[in-house]
Design a protein. Sequence first.
Length: 279
Amino acid sequence: MRSASPRWVRVPVLVALTAFTIVFTYPLVWLVSASFKPRSEVFDNRLWPKSPTVENYLTVWETAPLALWLVNTLVVTALAATAVTLSSALVAWGFAHFRFRGRGPLFGVVLATMMLPGAVTLVPTFLIWNSLGLVGTSIPLWAGNLFASAFYVFLLRQFFRTLPREPFEAARMDGANQWSVFWRIALPLCRPALVITFLFEAQAAWTDLLRPLVYLQDSSTFTIPRGLKAIVDQFGTGGESQWEVVVTASVITTVPMVLLFFAGQRYFVQGIATTGSTR
């Protein structure tokens, strides 16, 4: 058994980790601090406001429909994350559990789609949604996830391949169909990977700005990133820039993602660490 490292070795590591933690958390701490500052103190680089005030938060709620944007974003995020998790799990299960001719090359084609930047397919995708009359609605922001994601298919396939085949074969001998095997046995066993997929896509949908810029036109349908862009355009430009409003809105919209991370952090190591091995 490996002996514990001596203290003189661990101290530099702890110091380095502490330094990195400070560096990476400083922007968030600065943002929160700036949200409690009046306009004249926003960029004074003090981590504690000289004249703390909550007026910025009242101004944000009065000048922008932030509550509506939060609801819109929650709906889009929940639908996008749920859709891509279930659809990717179905595809990944097919590649991991079934043996058929051409499985390897077909899976390679699926992975090759990750090489395509989103900007390449943006115009064709827009034309499809426009022909369906859905531009201006939130449906294009999440409905595409019903067709799975190559990255999540790879992630979940690796996890499925770590599962023993015996429980599935026993279920099939007992008369269970393929859907029952997938839904009642496979999905519960890969819960950590499903949670990881859901969290990754929730973060991506919550912070997505490009697609809302393309598809959303009415402010009543804006998501948080699109709404923040509108706030920056209104308060962050011109001679009378009100950056205290911008940073306050940023803090309000960042808090849910921070809470989501802490709620699901125990699944990150558990889910990712077990997706690299195969049987």
